[in-house]
Design a protein around this ligand. Structure first.
Ligand code: UDP
Length: 176
């Protein structure tokens, strides 16, 4: 779908997000509306099987983010990293470059500066793909609020603390 003129807002669905938004009708509606809902939690896979749903396996946010980074090289897609501390974001950029030498990171912005400032930076960068790691629900709210003005962005994905993992600060949660 990448080449089509469609904007993709990837939403991660894990038990924590389900519980947090159980009573939040607006957020539930937004999450349910998205075409790409990633089953990021074994509890989600279990619930789907119980309800005879179609979900077969868990996809973690980090796996998907890395896959997108890998694929982006084929298209020379422009990537923007937003979130985490300055140190973590620098380290993440280095690690991604090591893994994917042809990756094109056009901009980055730590998650502790003024949001409007970050929005401007993202817009100016002309990025095709933006990863937003501000923690939940802050990152989803940021994306929902700014989605319309980011109309040229092809993929916007909330990534939680994934940059902390890529940079080596944290260990990834075991994949069960
Ligand atoms: N974070 C940020 N700005 C904030 C709050 C958090 O950039 O105002 C970053 C934080 O540095 C971390 C990430 O958001 O890299 C995820 O935070 P947390 O673990 O609290 O969220 P979760 O992954 O549990 O949703």
């Amino acid at each position: 779908d990448y080449k089509k003129n469609e904007q993709i807002f990837i939403v991660n669905i894990n038990p924590e997000i389900v519980v947090k938004n159980y009573k939040n009708e607006k957020m539930k509606e937004i999450l349910n509306k998205q075409k790409y809902q990633i089953p990021d939690g074994s509890g989600i896979v279990w619930a789907s099987k119980r309800k005879k749903g179609k979900i077969k396996e868990r996809i973690t946010g980090i796996d998907l983010m890395l896959k997108i980074c890998e694929k982006s090289q084929e298209y020379d897609a422009k990537i923007f990293l937003y979130g985490a501390t300055q140190e973590i974001i620098e380290k993440t950029q280095k690690e991604l470059k090591k893994m994917y030498p042809k990756i094109n990171i056009v901009g980055k912005c730590n998650g502790y500066i003024d949001e409007n400032n970050a929005t401007e930076k993202i817009k100016k960068s002309g990025a095709d793909i933006v990863f937003v790691g501000l923690g939940s629900p802050k990152q989803e709210e940021f994306i929902i609020k700014n989605k319309a003005t980011f109309s040229y962005i092809k993929i916007i994905m909330p990534i939680g603390g994934t940059m902390d993992v890529i940079s080596g600060k944290l260990n990834a949660a075991p994949k069960i």
